[in-house]
Design a protein around this ligand. Structure first.
Ligand code: PMP
Length: 380
């Protein structure tokens, strides 16, 4: 059976060029970059090359790049570092629709006396900037805000929020897990202090990620050791890091062309489904990342829809992958004001630069068929 992969916000396929660059580092050049012999020094040079590529990708300097295991770890490190940098401030401002890696940590911190303010979003998924401005004060250590939402793709105005944070002397961190590789990132333009992302969302492997730490700020390690300028201990994931360096380079070269194609395919998919089927609406409004659509099939049981699509070869997601299989509806859709029923009836479809026009056409046919069957009087 042919597979139709529409879950690229959960993870992406490793690109052939990325795999090719990584392969020799498993079996031929397997040195530890901390070793002083030939193999070690060779690995150290490869690490430097990858760091330079990632720095270029973010318009940062190589010393500002800390390699981590992924965005979850990077988010943790940014939040813990901000609290250490502002020991006399105890407020963190965030949004109600952040990824679980942020919200769960903040929940934990709130039990230790940190005051966490979750700024709401409206029905379109847009951040309430007035409420954000009210929440940021002289006691705020950090404003942490995702760049784009993983479920709806809605983009937040992070540069504006960074300047609101800085006006009150607070630090600003952005979780760019869903924008890295999808829209150009420039840390100077955003004026962020910290930025996180994961390799596997942009065609590098899982288990490698980045925390950008603005020059002059001291990051607090979560893991102690001499690596990454004492900021992240543990022998470096050299193969993953090399893959990430190449993935960043490729994304930077191809992003602007790929984006218009991806957006055109996403729009075609969304418009066709909305036109063809009744009782379907799109969750989240522009600006959105080009690859994501989140559709509510009112009255349908989302898990059942997902299961039927899966049987037809379509891989999609209910809300975020991290909540899939769980019994709770998406906190993002609930925060946007959807009922529990509508949140349970919503499906996320996410494309990549590898998605083809014929896959989109097949997907729309399969969705139309499955949804029509589910809605037919025999099945109601
Ligand atoms: N933040 C966002 C917005 C994400 O979408 C994800 C991945 N679902 C993460 C953080 C965590 O990334 P990872 O699981 O690779 O650590």
């Amino acid at each position: 059976m042919t597979s139709y992969y529409f879950d690229n916000n959960a993870t992406t396929r490793v690109l052939p060029e990325v795999l090719e660059a990584m392969l020799p580092w498993f079996t031929e050049h397997y040195g530890n970059p901390s070793s002083s012999h030939q193999f070690g020094q060779f690995a150290k040079e490869a690490l430097m090359t990858a760091r330079a590529a990632v720095a270029k990708f973010l318009h940062a300097s190589p010393v500002e790049i800390v390699f981590t295991s992924g965005a979850t770890e990077s988010n943790h490190m940014a939040i813990i570092s901000a609290l250490a940098l502002h020991p006399n401030r105890s407020r963190i401002v965030t949004s109600a629709v952040e990824h679980a890696s942020t919200l769960r940590l903040l929940d934990e911190l709130s039990r230790t006396g940190i005051e966490v303010i979750q700024v709401p979003v409206n029905a379109k998924g847009e951040l309430n900037l007035i409420r954000l401005k009210e929440a940021v004060n002289e006691n705020t250590a950090l404003v942490t805000l995702m760049h784009a939402n993983n479920e709806t793709g809605v983009i937040f105005p992070i540069a504006e929020v960074a300047s609101i944070a800085h006006e009150k002397g607070a630090l600003f961190h952005t979780d760019a897990a869903q924008t890295a590789g999808k829209i150009a990132l420039d840390v100077a333009q955003i004026a962020c202090d910290f930025l996180s992302f994961s390799g596997h969302k942009l065609h590098a492997p899982m288990g490698v990620g980045v925390l950008y730490v603005k020059k002059g700020l001291t990051a607090k390690p979560l893991l102690y050791g001499h690596q990454e300028r004492n900021r992240r201990g543990g022998t470096e994931n050299i193969t993953g890091i090399i893959g990430l360096g190449v993935a960043c380079q490729l994304a930077q070269q191809t992003m602007s062309n790929a984006n218009s194609t991806i957006a055109a395919l996403r729009n075609e998919l969304e418009q066709t489904v909305l036109k063809t089927l009744p009782f379907v609406s799109a969750n989240g409004s522009e600006p959105r990342v080009p690859n994501t659509t989140n559709l509510c099939f009112t009255g349908l049981h989302g898990e059942e829809l997902l299961h039927k699509l899966n049987k037809a070869g379509v891989m999609a997601s209910l809300g975020s992958a991290c909540t899939a299989g769980g019994t709770d509806p998406s906190h993002v859709l609930l925060a946007m004001g959807l009922s529990r029923e509508d949140a349970f009836s919503s499906l996320r479809l996410s494309l990549s630069k590898e998605t083809t026009d014929s896959e989109v056409k097949m997907l729309t046919q399969i969705i139309t068929q499955v949804v029509t069957e589910m809605r037919s009087p025999v099945n109601v």
